[in-house]
Ligand binder design. Sequence first.
Ligand SMILES: Nc1ncnc2c1ncn2[C@@H]1O[C@H](COP(=O)(O)OP(=O)(O)O)[C@@H](O)[C@H]1O
Ligand SMILES: [Mg+2]
Length: 267
Amino acid sequence: MNAVLAQIRNLRVNLGGRSILNGIDADLLRNKITALIGLNGSGKTTLLRALIRECPFQGEVKFFCGHDHSHHRPEHIGYVPQRLSLDARLPLTVREFFALALQRRPLFLGVSAKVAKRAAELLARVGAGHLLNRPVAKLSGGEMQRVLLSLALEPQPELLLLDEPAAGIDFADQAPFYDLLGRINRERQVTILIVSHDLSVVSEHAHHVLCLQNGTIVCQGPPGDVLTQEAISRTFGAGKKVYAHLHDDGTACDHNHSHGHGHSHGH
Ligand SMILES: Nc1ncnc2c1ncn2[C@@H]1O[C@H](COP(=O)(O)OP(=O)(O)O)[C@@H](O)[C@H]1O
Ligand SMILES: [Mg+2]
């Protein structure tokens, strides 16, 4: 049994004449939750985009998939992007949004009964069955994340990538969302790579942590080893009081920081 689902070796990305990722070495552990942390601009989204091949890269990304782990390309990677801005006038219901992804026939012929049933089942799995007939462009951030999550889980992916999924979610809804991810990971054995800024979430839910700084992994390991003040200072810059919600001993506590995207690391 190979405990590694994906092996990333010397992965380099250049964009606009700049080196964005310069030699990433990391392993994604099978059926585990790996958290990717780092300052804004450190290259987290770029790494996720390289993994789904939306961004040209050099180096190696080798998967070990299939029943005997001999398939080096995954069949399906689920991806929930950092942000999805939809035109508020987009005249689609959630049911139709699913139909665009799941059915082959054109939407002007309507949503097939089979697809409508499947959409309802998929939404129910993420606790969002009630959203089926809602206009997709009017969903709250948290509702949209659940819709995107349920789509990313169909068909079952070998790897699920989530880019700051809680950024658009009200603080009160964040814990249930992370609990849901934990449940999906355990019950459906989905390997997850999640970008998160919230170290208390990382320490509670992640099995493995990758710290990215300026396009380089500066430390990786279990949260208990990585979420020390020393390692956090290396990741986020020494001298900066990076995470007020880290105790002196480096353990994270529940800190009710502001919700919404882009909260600062410097508070
Ligand atoms: N298409 C692009 N062209 C040029 N530079 C880019 C492009 N995409 C991202 N970058 C730059 O790469 C760096 C890393 O970006 P990103 O991966 O989005 O970081 P993070 O997700 O950690 O905030 C940033 O400096 C960003 O400006
Ligand atoms: Mg990003």
